[in-house]
Design a protein. Structure first.
Length: 113
């Protein structure tokens, strides 16, 4: 049996997730198009995490740059960029495909009060 990391490694891969500061959690938990009837089958909702929502709010709504958004959330600019790309893709998918968008909390989120 080969030794080392490779495919035989068990457990989590990569570094643990750094807690992110969310200064303004969303006031709603889901958004759905009015054309979506409640009985439609096969439309899996799209899940957006609070940190993705916060990045959208800071950059697209408040107009901050990625560096300032990263400082406010306690994460790097690269992580901000990845979260922003993911959040924008999910938001556009919701609009184009007419799916429900659910805002869900991740386990590593610190909410400021």
């Amino acid at each position: 049996m080969p030794r080392g990391r490779g495919k035989w490694r068990r457990g989590r891969c990569g570094r643990p997730k750094i807690p992110r500061c969310i200064s303004n959690p969303p006031s709603v938990s889901q958004l759905s198009p009015t054309s979506l009837s409640r009985g439609e089958v096969g439309l899996e909702p799209i899940k957006m995490f609070y940190d993705e929502y916060e990045v959208l709010r800071l950059i697209d709504y408040l107009g901050l740059d990625q560096e300032e958004a990263g400082k406010r959330m306690g994460i790097s600019r690269g992580t901000v960029w990845r979260l922003l790309q993911s959040a924008r893709k999910k938001l556009v998918s919701t609009i184009v495909e007419g799916k429900e968008l659910q805002l869900v909390e991740d386990e590593k989120i610190e909410t400021e009060v």
